[in-house]
Design a protein around this ligand. Structure first.
Ligand code: TNX
Length: 533
């Protein structure tokens, strides 16, 4: 016989005393779904007597405790202290092993989250927040009870790199909107934010030694809007904001193609045309690796369309590498994370040999500044440095080339992981050159079996890119990213045997309620019953 536990709660108002069937931990709406969940007996109720008890010592432990308090106080109205002295919500740093793994145990008196690392505690907190009613996301006091089911959770990610990408080049995205996105990434335990900082239509990061990149190259965007860029101070602020939430920024400077904004900013980066009078210009006096025709470089025009593959740096010119060196040096100095993304996609007008030469030299520059290169899958046609990563988006043969060189793959197959693809032919924005990607398509795939020859051990992780040709504001971004971002976060975190579309489809409903409270304007996919919406 099935036993149904009930619980009785006082609620926030004494008048609202009520007994209800106790919720079950195994029926909660966690995304990503944890590896192991077991039901216990009864419920834990958060009350005005609750407090957060920190155990252990680490640089950010207090911050992590305060993060939890900040997410519980506004809706409950309780004054929840954070201390090392006691409290019925325990955050404990203990043991060693995977710093992203965590466990939670809940009984009627105590919630205990433990991990060997602060990141794991942070992920435990994200799970805990999802266990409360969606109303916990309100910024003002809600008169209701705050119970969560008893039981235990034991969890850890399958992939160590769980990423999202924002293309801030096609349309600029403000610091405030990027932070808002980071908050949502954190809720789904994503840990890398790749910023596509440059493209034909815009240069979005201040480079002090080449100031015209942002003065000119940052001055517009797709459709002719005013563009924008991050000062170095703003970029550092983003890096710190993300780091507080255990998210590492991966900066991308896309090259040698997708470079028109730089070519429009500095004439001397253009290959130029032969000079009829045979005179050398000042740029041509630079030492050359191999002979170039005499040239008369002109800056290109700024570009606000959405064609790809028509621009290129000049791989035979030394000034190109002096430029790349300055850019990589300045950005690397601002970026504590291990990776620098060098782009490398769709360089259709770069000679094949020049492309390979360019990628190999740029990898060396990145390595000189202490970073590991990531590049779109085409970079695997060059000789990759050990440890460098190829980001699979289109061509399986490129991914296999990288694997045959002993390098790992970041999985972003455009047919599944591209957040800029339309859901279906009626979607109000988005592209569809790779596929229409409904929620089920974004969810129902497994990185380690997606392509023959790319096995689990070859995969660093999964990343969901948002290209912004059709994305002009936060509402557009949210329409394309929600609910697909959480689907891809679960693909990256949870092992295939623990995931199911049916389960996900049911769990995502509650997240819709949370997004309604947060003002996130998600796409209400017809594949989900959003509960009357
Ligand atoms: C291909 S994916 C591109 C981007 C476009 C995107 C649009 C990749 C490495 N390159 O330049 O923005 O398609 O979906």
């Amino acid at each position: 016989m099935k036993k149904i536990f009930t619980y009785c709660s006082m609620g926030a108002l004494l008048l609202s005393f009520a007994c209800k069937p106790a919720p079950k931990l195994t029926e909660s709406s966690l995304i990503p779904i944890p590896q192991e969940i077991q039901d216990g007996k009864g419920v834990f109720e958060l009350t005005s007597e609750s407090g957060i008890h920190l155990i252990g010592s680490a640089e950010h432990l207090t911050w992590v405790g305060e993060y939890l308090a900040d997410h519980l106080i506004p809706a409950t109205g309780f004054d929840i202290p954070v201390s090392y002295d006691g409290g019925n919500i325990r955050l404990e740093l203990a043991g060693d092993g995977n710093a992203e793994a965590y466990s939670i145990s809940v009984d009627e008196n105590l919630i205990s989250i433990s991990s060997s690392g602060e990141a794991g505690l942070f992920y435990g907190i994200q799970s805990l927040l999802q266990l409360f009613p969606a109303e916990i996301a309100h910024q003002n006091i809600q008169n209701q009870s705050w119970v969560i089911p008893a039981g235990t959770i034991s969890d850890q990610p399958v992939f160590s790199y769980r990423g999202a990408m924002l293309d801030v080049a096609r349309h600029f995205i403000s610091v405030e909107d990027v932070k808002h996105y980071i908050d949502q990434m954190a809720a789904y335990k994503l840990n890398y934010l790749h910023l596509h900082l440059t493209d034909d239509q815009g240069w979005r990061i201040e480079i002090k030694s080449w100031p015209k990149l942002t003065e000119i190259g940052g001055s517009t965007e797709v459709g002719g809007g005013e563009g924008g860029f991050y000062t170095q101070e703003e970029y550092k602020d983003l890096v710190a904001y993300a780091a507080d939430r255990f998210i590492t920024i991966v900066p991308e400077v896309d090259m040698p193609g997708h470079t028109n904004s730089a070519l429009a900013s500095y004439a001397e980066l253009n290959p130029g045309v032969n000079l009829p009078n045979g005179k050398l210009d000042s740029v041509n006096k630079q030492p050359l690796d191999y002979q170039m025709p005499l040239r008369n470089p002109q800056a290109s025009e700024l570009y606000t369309g959405i064609e790809v593959g028509w621009s290129t740096f000049a791989p035979k010119l030394e000034i190109t590498y002096a430029f790349v060196d300055s850019v990589v040096r300045e950005i690397s100095e601002l970026t504590p994370g291990p990776y620098f993304h060098i782009g490398g996609d769709e360089s259709h007008v770069t000679e094949k040999d020049d492309y390979v030469y360019f990628v190999e030299r740029v990898q060396d520059i990145v390595s000189k500044y202490g970073k590991t290169s990531i590049g779109w899958d085409e970079i695997a046609t060059a000789k990759l440095l050990p440890g460098n990563i190829a980001q699979f988006w289109a061509k399986e043969e490129n991914a296999k080339l990288a694997i045959s060189q002993g390098n790992q793959i970041l999985m972003s197959p455009a047919t599944r992981a591209y957040l800029d693809m339309q859901y279906d032919s009626t979607s109000r924005i988005g592209l569809h050159w790779a596929a229409y990607i409904e929620l089920q398509d974004a969810y129902s795939w497994e990185p380690s079996t997606f392509a023959e020859g790319i096995a689990a051990e070859n995969i660093l992780g999964v990343e969901a890119p948002l290209w912004t040709e059709t994305v002009t504001n936060r509402e557009d971004l949210e329409y394309l990213c929600f609910p697909r971002l959480p689907a891809l976060a679960e693909v990256a975190w949870t092992s295939a045997d623990k995931r199911s579309w049916e389960g996900f489809k049911n769990r995502i409903q509650k997240h819709g309620s949370r997004w309604d409270i947060l003002g996130i304007q998600y796409y209400s996919s017809p594949q989900v019953n959003w509960g009357g919406k």
